[in-house]
Write a protein that binds this ligand. Structure first.
Ligand code: HEC
Length: 233
């Protein structure tokens, strides 16, 4: 409807020009009402204000110009719509891009935070575990040392109790007045001698069988422990 109105107005303007300055408001109104190509010349001819040849010719060119004007207006409108659409697209794209960027940033920072938290958690667990292991190791070392010293001294001392009657509490007594004192001898030497008595192969002063009876029931660990104790006398 708007296009039609525009077309009518353009046609009116052209008709006014073509028919001269003498055209009245009534003619302009009549021309404005000429909404089709056929209606316009009929009205113009009926008015008799201008020659048929001139009017007809002008009508033709006016129609062409009108068409061109409409075409131009349509093209311009199309372009305007296209430009507007492009702008809307650009704006939408920019907004979408900004939104995507914001989401990306949020996601990235969230991931970073999770990573940091996880890393610090793992580190604290590692530290706790390491210190716990260290404590356990230290405790184990202490316990082992305590057990070792208890075996070396306590067990050895207990085992020597029955030997002290002949070898002396200080280990310096010559057993049966003949045997060499056990004090001052190395743990390794004493261990070898006791192993020899147990096997029945050692007989230093003719009383090896007596000593075999003393150590026969002793285990290798007992012999080792009592030897270590005697070496310390
Ligand atoms: C009844 C006394 C007696 C008792 C108890 C006794 N011994 Fe002896 N021991 C001897 C005599 C005697 C000899 C010498 C044996 C020989 O002829 O080799 C000897 C030898 C030894 C020797 C070797 C010394 C050397 O350097 O030649 C050692 C070591 C020894 N005894 C350790 C012990 C231990 C350990 C016990 C206790 C489990 C013990 N004896 C209990 C009498 C005793």
């Amino acid at each position: 409807m708007k296009k039609l109105t525009v077309l009518s107005m353009i046609a009116a303007a052209l008709l006014l020009t073509a028919c001269g300055d003498s055209s009245t408001g009534a003619e302009a109104k009549a021309a404005t009402e000429a909404k089709t190509e056929t209606a316009a010349p009929a009205k113009c001819a009926a008015d008799g204000k201008c020659g048929e040849g001139k009017c007809g010719g002008d009508k033709k060119s006016a129609t062409t110009e009108t068409k061109e004007a409409v075409s131009t207006a349509t093209t311009e409108a199309k372009e305007a719509v296209s430009t507007a659409a492009d702008k809307v697209k650009e704006a939408a794209t920019e907004k979408a891009t900004a939104a995507v960027d914001a989401v990306k940033e949020t996601a990235t920072s969230a991931v970073d935070k999770v990573k940091e938290t996880a890393t610090s958690a793992v580190e604290s667990v590692k530290e706790t575990a390491t210190s716990a292991v260290d404590s356990a190791k230290a405790a184990a070392t202490t316990a082992t040392a305590a057990v070792a010293s208890a075996v070396d001294t306590g067990a050895g001392k207990a085992l020597y109790a029955k030997c002290a009657g002949c070898h002396g509490i200080d280990g310096k007594t010559k057993a049966m007045g003949k045997a060499a004192p056990v004090a001052g001898q190395s743990a390794a030497d004493l261990e070898t001698k006791l192993a020899g008595y147990k096997a029945g192969t050692t007989n230093a002063v003719g009383m090896g069988m007596l000593m075999k009876g003393q150590v026969a029931s002793m285990s290798d660990e007992d012999i080792k422990a009592v030897s270590a104790y005697m070496a310390g006398l």
